[in-house]
Design a protein around this ligand. Structure first.
Ligand SMILES: [Zn+2]
Length: 79
C-alpha cells in the first residue's frame, strides 16, 4: 500500500469497514510512514470535533422551549 492508497482507505478504516487484509496492510503502512500516521491522527481529531459539534447543536436545539421557537416564528411573520 502506498501513501495515496492510504489516504483513500482512511475513512473506511476509521469506520471499521476495511476487510482484514486491507486493514492489516493499512496498519503496516502506518507503522513505517510517519506522515501518514500524522494524517490519520489529524483526521481522527477532525472527525471527533465534528461529532462533538453536531451533538452540541442537537442538544441545543432540543433545549429550546417550544414557546421561544413560536415567538421567533411569529416575529418573522409579515404584519
Ligand atoms: Zn504513507
Amino acid at each position: 500500500m502506498n501513501c495515496r492508497e492510504c489516504s483513500e482507505f482512511i475513512l473506511r478504516y476509521l469506520e471499521g469497514e476495511l476487510p482484514p487484509d486491507e486493514q492489516a496492510s493499512f496498519e503496516r503502512h502506518m507503522g513505517h510512514c510517519p506522515p501518514c500516521l500524522r494524517y490519520l491522527e489529524q483526521y481522527k481529531l477532525t472527525v471527533r470535533a465534528g461529532k462533538v459539534a453536531c451533538a452540541e447543536a442537537t442538544a441545543l436545539a432540543a433545549s429550546v422551549p417550544e414557546e421561544l421557537i413560536q415567538a421567533i416564528l411569529d416575529s418573522r411573520k409579515p404584519r
